[in-house]
Design a protein around this ligand. Structure first.
Ligand code: DQA
Length: 146
């Protein structure tokens, strides 16, 4: 089985992107941490990061068979209606992650169009949030999922 790790716009530059907000952990390090958690359940990780909403939608449409997904939509949380529609049609359970506590930030980040479709949301825990989301899926997804 596979766990999909999907990261949206501007998350490919983690490590150097506004480190005071997003920390210094790189996306490669996050991928390794998620892979470690997934391995605990015998799952492989498929990881993708795109700046464009269309590419993210393509990945979701191609991975409807995975056991679960960890998704950081980045700024598409704010008005990514196409991404939201793709997630509405995405059957596997998935968890939304935000490195920062978006509730403690600007008002335009205080609601997410995608989060209401998620099984759960992890925010404000930095890179650790990805690991915790992945571990949660390994614990929550029933055995009869592929
Ligand atoms: C983010 C929060 C978003 O509001 C922002 O646009 C991002 C990163 C986070 O992980 O904290 O790009 O998703």
């Amino acid at each position: 089985s596979e766990l999909l790790l999907l990261n949206g716009p501007n998350l490919g530059t983690l490590g150097t992107r506004q480190p005071e907000i997003y920390g210094t952990t790189t996306l490669a390090e996050i991928e390794a941490a998620v892979a470690e958690e997934a391995a605990g359940r015998g799952w492989k990780v498929v990881s993708a990061q795109h700046n464009g909403e269309g590419e993210l939608i393509d990945v979701l449409q191609r991975h409807g068979h995975v056991a679960g997904a960890v998704v950081n939509p980045g700024a598409l949380m704010i008005a990514g209606w196409g991404l939201r529609d793709a997630l509405a049609d995405f059957a596997p359970p998935w968890i939304e992650v935000h490195l920062s506590n978006v509730w403690a930030r600007e008002g335009f980040r205080h609601s997410s169009v995608t989060a209401p479709l998620a099984a759960g949301v992890v925010m404000g825990l930095g890179a650790l949030g990805y690991r915790l989301a992945a571990r949660s899926l390994t614990l929550l997804v029933p055995d009869d999922r592929p």
